[in-house]
Design a protein around this ligand. Structure first.
Ligand SMILES: [Ca+2]
Ligand SMILES: [Ca+2]
Length: 238
């Protein structure tokens, strides 16, 4: 192979490598501040919930999960949701231990276990326990995660919107996300301490720089010219 053709192939290979897209996982999103969860206020609307905002990092979502720190008695009162910037909503937990007929905050009691401050509850598709079963293995008044060691839950929307975190796959993560907690039963109260959304997104690529591009037909044309020149030289020597 001539030196010229070798150089041409090396240039072409470098363009092919530059076009590959890496995948990155950005650092954990910042946590918010503590909020009182309005007692017995939940009616299915976001306006009746305590919400914390988390900024999306940008990039297309491959997967995501949510960490929550809250303190509240009687988990059966609570509805927890994550809401995308375009308002796509996934219900993470809906009144554990109570088969609510509708997502409107009416009826039922559910499980009477508690959430304790400082124990981070993770909601992910890989969660070992359904969020509907939170507290089901411990007596009422004992603490979920702290007492039973069960801190990882898969979403259980119940009568609420959404299926699981695949609802967000392929979506642009840019913008303000909300994590919200509502309380649907009187008497038991608590606070929403912090939330983090852990995004796994495809890398946001920098805008292309002014590198000249070689199209397939351009390469073909250059190689054809090169071959014609080599044949012409051979003929002249002969
Ligand atoms: Ca339920
Ligand atoms: Ca309550």
């Amino acid at each position: 192979m001539s030196k010229k053709i070798l150089v041409l192939l090396m240039v072409f290979s470098s363009y092919a490598l530059a076009a590959s897209k890496p995948t990155v996982t950005p650092p954990m999103s910042p946590r918010g501040g503590a909020l009182a969860i309005p007692d017995d206020a939940y009616d299915g609307t976001v306006g009746t919930m305590a919400c914390l905002t988390v900024a999306g990092p940008g990039g297309t979502i491959n997967d995501m999960n949510v960490d929550i720190d809250l303190e509240h008695t009687w988990v059966g009162d609570l509805v927890i949701k994550v809401i995308a910037p375009d308002t796509t909503t996934l219900t993470l937990q809906s009144r554990a231990g109570f088969a609510e007929p509708a997502d409107d905050g009416t009826g039922g009691f559910g499980d009477s276990s508690d959430y304790q401050a400082g124990t981070i509850i993770n909601f992910a598709n890989s969660g070992a326990t359904s969020a509907e079963d939170a507290g089901s293995t411990i007596p009422g008044g004992d603490f979920i995660c702290f007492t039973d060691g069960l801190c990882n839950y898969s979403p259980a929307p119940g009568a609420g919107p959404g299926t699981d975190f695949t609802d967000f796959v392929g979506m642009d993560s840019t913008g303000n996300w909300q994590v919200c907690i509502g309380d649907a039963g009187g008497g038991d109260t608590g606070n929403f301490i912090s939330a983090a959304i852990n995004f796994d997104v495809a890398a946001v690529l920098a805008p292309p720089t002014a590198v000249p591009s070689l199209s397939f037909y351009g390469v073909l044309l250059m190689m054809s010219l090169l071959i014609i020149m080599m044949v012409y030289r051979q003929k002249r020597r002969a």
